[in-house]
Design a protein around this ligand. Structure first.
Ligand code: DSN
Length: 412
């Protein structure tokens, strides 16, 4: 029995139920992953006990010598991983990292250009329901409705018209390669600052599976918990010249004490990501995504843009007369966790949607390869094509359980 179970059985049993949910099912949420035991240990360590407002060598509290060491390690490892001149590892999340860049380079009401949320962007890129949509004057760009990919000519046209202060590239639901160099060129033509949010594809960028924007665009933000496979949090990279304003925007501009246990865990994650096995892992994420995409297409499902170059697949369920919500619920009953998602030209609300987003980072961490992806593709198609048949869902659920057993979360 764990120590927690002896002191707080209620919380311990909730955590155990969640562990079993993760163990017995297939996690296909594109933005999630399963961290190593080393990352978990750093997260649950005594580093959480300390206030360390400020930065290494310049803190507002005594007793920070080991926190300085941890934060310096995290910064140095992240810089090494991406070849960055400067790194800030304090943002509590990807949204905080984005907020810090906005605060560093824009004033309220300044024009901002970004991919619209309904076509693959992110809430914090200027959605009207986010602080970013309320503080800045946002002009969205989307995808070409025929190819369902970004049309850089159109992005340039909008940029010339709007003359934004900042152009954001990066997405939460875009299955294709993003041309960061093209975005930087467009930004330069209109004297805008270019910011890449690589939250979803950071692991792919760090390992050469996707072009890295670091050293190409002005600012790069990321989360650390998606394809990077670290603790839940954010980070920023930029040139040395821009470091002072970024650091000031994070602290004291926007956050108080950094989460030092998370920063220690980020250091652990970045070291793991520097190993050759992490490159292999990211290569497998993409191979898995493409193997699953091929099966889903063979089954007659419609893939937005016709396929995938990265860790995620976006399905349009319109030809099955299904909503994303119905699909998410039915697959959940079969222990397959996915999320409903808007698609280009969406006609439904974000709570219902016509699409489904599927990602392979977490199942790849469990050691699954193309063969398992093909089976999972068939599981998904079977449920979606017979969605009102509880017996079908139950049968697929039992097969999922059986398959999951063969890939333990923490085999050690
Ligand atoms: N909520 C995350 C995602 O699922 O893409 C982004 O922050």
């Amino acid at each position: 029995m764990s120590y927690l179970a002896t002191t707080d059985y209620e919380v311990a049993s909730i955590i155990e139920k969640e562990r079993l949910r993760q163990q017995n099912g297939l996690e296909l949420i594109a933005s999630e992953n399963l961290v190593s035991k080393a990352v978990l240990e750093a997260m649950g360590s005594v580093m959480t006990n300390k206030y360390a407002e400020g930065y290494p060598g310049k803190r507002y509290y005594g007793g920070c010598e080991f926190h300085d060491m941890a934060e310096n390690l995290a910064r140095d490892r992240l810089k090494e991983l991406f070849g960055a001149e400067h790194a800030n590892v304090q943002p509590h999340s990807g949204t905080q990292a984005n907020m810090a860049i906005y605060f560093a380079v824009m004033g309220c009401g300044d024009p901002l250009m970004s991919m619209s949320l309904s076509q693959g962007g992110h809430l914090s890129h200027g959605s009207p329901v986010s602080f970013s949509g309320r503080l800045y004057q946002v002009t969205p760009y989307g995808v070409d409705l025929k190819t369902e990919t970004i049309d850089y000519g159109v992005v340039e046209e909008i940029a010339r018209k709007v003359r934004p202060k900042v152009i954001i590239c990066g997405a939460s639901a875009y299955p294709r390669t993003i041309d960061f160099s093209a975005f930087q060129e467009i930004a330069e033509q209109v004297d805008a600052i270019c910011m890449a949010d690589i939250a979803h594809i950071a692991g792919l960028c760090a390992t050469g599976m996707h072009e890295s924007p670091v050293g190409v665009v002005d600012y790069t933000t990321t989360t650390t918990h998606k394809t990077l496979r670290g603790p839940r949090g954010g980070a920023i990279m930029c040139d040395a010249d821009n470091a002072p304003k970024v650091d000031k925007a994070v602290f004291p501009g926007m956050q108080g004490g950094p989460l030092m246990n998370t920063i220690a865990a980020k250091a652990v994650c970045f070291r793991e990501a520097l190993r050759p096995s992490f490159r292999e892992y990211n290569r497998q994420i993409v191979k898995n995504s493409q193997a699953m995409a091929a099966v889903l297409a063979d089954e007659g499902l419609r893939l937005i843009s016709g396929g995938t170059d990265n860790h995620l697949i976006l399905l349009d369920l319109t030809n099955l007369s299904l909503t994303g919500l119905e699909a998410e619920v039915a697959l959940g009953k079969a222990h397959i966790t996915v999320n409903k998602n808007t698609i280009p030209n969406e006609s439904r609300s974000p709570f219902v949607t016509s699409g489904l987003r599927i990602g392979t980072p977490a199942v790849t961490t469990r050691g699954m390869k193309e063969e398992e992806m093909r089976r999972i593709g068939h599981f998904i198609a079977t449920v979606l094509k017979d969605i009102h048949n509880e017996a079908t869902i139950k049968k697929v659920g039992a097969e999922v359980h059986e398959m999951a057993k063969g890939f333990p979360l923490y085999p050690e």
